[in-house]
Design a protein around this ligand. Structure first.
Ligand SMILES: CC(=O)N[C@H]1[C@@H](OP(=O)(O)O)O[C@H](CO)[C@@H](O)[C@@H]1O
Ligand SMILES: [Mg+2]
Length: 597
């Protein structure tokens, strides 16, 4: 078999695009591939023929980054094909279903991207990221095949044609999505024994939810997703004490900006299943506006202005904004005579609202008769350095454990999973609440135990509420749709208006800037990205500048999704935050600017 492989390989070599490597290396590689027993003959042949349909673009280096590969869509077919292969290998390796989502989230409409959902619905295991990078950037077919061979051997993946793999494919509403999905499908099916299932146009969190549900042997269709969210929302509504039900014309309505993307369409379906809440969707993909153009959670959070289609007619009403693939959520209020400015109710405030509610339910559970204190639930919250300092102070004053991780939900999620209940949010609105399996099991047991004794007690209701929250809020990844329903039902429960919620604490004025530099990777940080360790001297200069401002806080880090260094500054006044950010941006430019390479 090995000999046949070598013959075919020699033939394939004729068609190789010459990439400047020495013949000697090529021969060694060929020998290595042929000598490897990681892939059988049929498999190698399938990969060779399918890869010839997807040449990688020259002169482009892709990086899996904070949230998968992202680039102009025209550069991506080969990466999608290769990520399809990676997803099939991951499915073989884990013996589970894997997800592949085609989206570039809040990026402009001409961009697209791809990310992988692991068996538990979370992000791709970080130790596979270097393979993703290498595979996407391999230029010659020989290098491509060698990489797969080596990786398959190293990971002990069985490519015997007997083992089965399945990858669920989803895409957002971008026009390039169809063609890229086809490239990914061809990648998946070029792994022997792997099938690709097209789940259609979805939000990113829907696909992650489906992957998790399928692997847990649960119902996992889109209808099941809507059913689970709407029924757990109704359950939470039913558990609102009668004296707190204060619906009036304003309180049961929320207006949502769908960023001209997929989230608006899905939210309309979800809204149709709820009677007590009126969700008005604007900027939905079928409305004809351009995706993420002057709309969406990223725009609203960064610019602090109303999205297109919102204005003076919305003064005082609760408004929310989703991003392009509906995994981020922020709320906002249009103040009277705002001339476009808004009061932002960001991810930190969503986290704080969830924390207040969950903390209260846990105290009911622990205080109430009929509930033994056998399980003191550990509640933890996780933020990044971008969290407003006022939110961190507020959470600490509540007596909560506040943890910090680097930017990127993969880090926050991992940390939050260490708690019985872990709440994580980025300031930009991406986050969720994780419940440990053991705590959910404990809650289930408690609701049964209590029901035989003190039926209807606060302890039982608290256990039922927490169980319903664990079903409502997406356990796989941050989800704007499930987050929105949880915010809405907690506001009802508290009897709070959006203004009351916004008054939990007052944000410290802040400013974010981007600086173009020669090489952003020259910035190396430590302590959850709050301290620059390289280039030497930069952190000392930042400290000296920050020390000049009352309540000053400032940090810089290289972006994982854009070719820039980000500067974040906070101070007691907006003017001071702006000046601090601008001074530090100048320092970054002095140390690393385009002229300093
Ligand atoms: C300051 C900021 O908002 N950074 C965003 C942005 O990452 P950067 O690495 O900062 O480019 O995109 C990430 C993916 O969506 C998101 O997780 C993160 O919070
Ligand atoms: Mg997104």
């Amino acid at each position: 078999m090995k000999q046949r492989c070598c013959q075919r390989w020699s033939a394939a070599k004729e068609t190789v695009v010459h990439d400047g490597e020495e013949d000697k290396v090529e021969e060694e590689n060929t020998r290595a591939i042929c000598n490897s027993s990681a892939m059988n003959d049929e498999q190698q042949s399938l990969l060779l023929s399918s890869s010839s349909r997807f040449s990688p673009p020259q002169g482009v280096k892709l990086s899996y980054g904070t949230a998968g590969f992202r680039a102009d869509a025209s550069l991506l077919p080969s990466a999608l094909y290769r990520v399809g292969i990676l997803a099939a290998l991951r499915s073989l390796k884990t013996g589970s279903i894997i997800g592949l989502m085609i989206t570039a989230s809040h990026n402009k409409v001409s961009d697209n991207g791809v990310k992988i959902a692991d068996p538990n619905g979370g992000m791709l295991s970080q130790h596979w990221e270097p393979f993703a990078d290498a595979l996407a950037n391999a230029l010659s077919p020989k290098h491509f095949l060698l990489l797969i061979n080596e990786f398959v051997a190293k990971e002990g993946i069985l490519m015997d044609g007997v083992s089965q793999a399945e990858v669920l494919l989803g895409r957002d509403t971008r026009p390039s999505g169809d063609a890229l999905l086809e490239a990914a499908r061809q990648g998946v099916t070029s792994v022997v024994g792997a099938v690709a299932t097209d789940m259609g146009v979805l939000t990113t969190p829907q696909l992650h939810w489906m992957v998790r549900a399928r692997n847990k042997g649960m119902q996992a269709s889109e209808q099941d997703y809507f059913e689970q969210l709407s029924s757990s929302f109704r359950c939470l509504e039913d558990l609102i004490p009668a004296e707190k039900r204060k619906f009036d014309g304003l309180n049961n309505k929320v207006i949502v900006d769908g960023s001209n993307g997929v989230g608006g369409v899905k939210l309309k379906v979800l809204g149709s299943l709820l009677s007590a809440l009126v969700i008005e969707v604007r900027n939905s993909s079928e409305d004809g506006g351009v995706l993420n153009d002057g709309v969406g959670a990223d725009y609203v959070q960064k610019e602090k202005v109303a999205p297109h289609g919102f204005g003076s007619k919305d003064v005082g009403i609760r408004c929310a904004s989703l991003d392009g693939d509906a995994d981020r959520l922020v709320y906002f209020i249009v103040p009277p005579e705002s001339s476009g400015r808004i009061d932002l109710v960001d991810g930190d405030k969503i986290l704080s609202l969830f924390a207040v509610f969950i903390r209260e339910q846990l105290s009911f559970l622990n205080e109430n008769e009929g509930v033994t204190n056998s399980h003191q639930a550990r509640l933890g919250v996780v933020q990044t350095a971008y969290a407003n300092g006022a939110s961190t102070n507020y959470l600490k004053q509540l007596g909560l454990e506040v943890n910090f991780t680097p930017t990127g939900v993969k880090y926050l999620h991992e940390k939050a999973a260490e708690f019985d209940i872990g709440i994580y949010f980025e300031a930009n609105g991406h986050g969720t609440v994780l419940f440990s399996e053991s705590f959910v099991g404990w809650l289930e047991a408690k609701t049964k135990e209590i029901s035989s004794g003190s039926n209807g007690s606060e302890g039982k209701k608290a256990a039922l509420r927490l169980l319903a929250v664990s079903k409502l809020i997406n356990q796989a990844v941050g989800d704007a749709l499930s987050g929105l329903l949880l915010v809405e039902v907690i506001l009802q429960y508290m009897g709070w208006s959006v203004h009351r919620w916004n008054e939990l604490y007052h944000d410290l004025p802040s400013r974010q800037l981007k600086v173009k530099v020669a090489d952003r990777n020259a910035v190396i940080t430590a302590n959850a990205e709050t301290v620059v360790v390289s280039p030497p001297g930069l952190q000392e200069a930042i400290n000296a500048e920050t020390g000049k401002y009352h309540k000053g806080r400032c940090f810089v880090r290289p972006s994982g999704t854009e070719d820039v260094v980000r500067v974040y500054a906070e101070a007691s006044t907006q003017e001071a935050a702006d000046t601090l950010a601008n001074s530090v941006a100048k320092l970054v430019d002095q140390f690393l600017g385009l002229g300093s390479s």
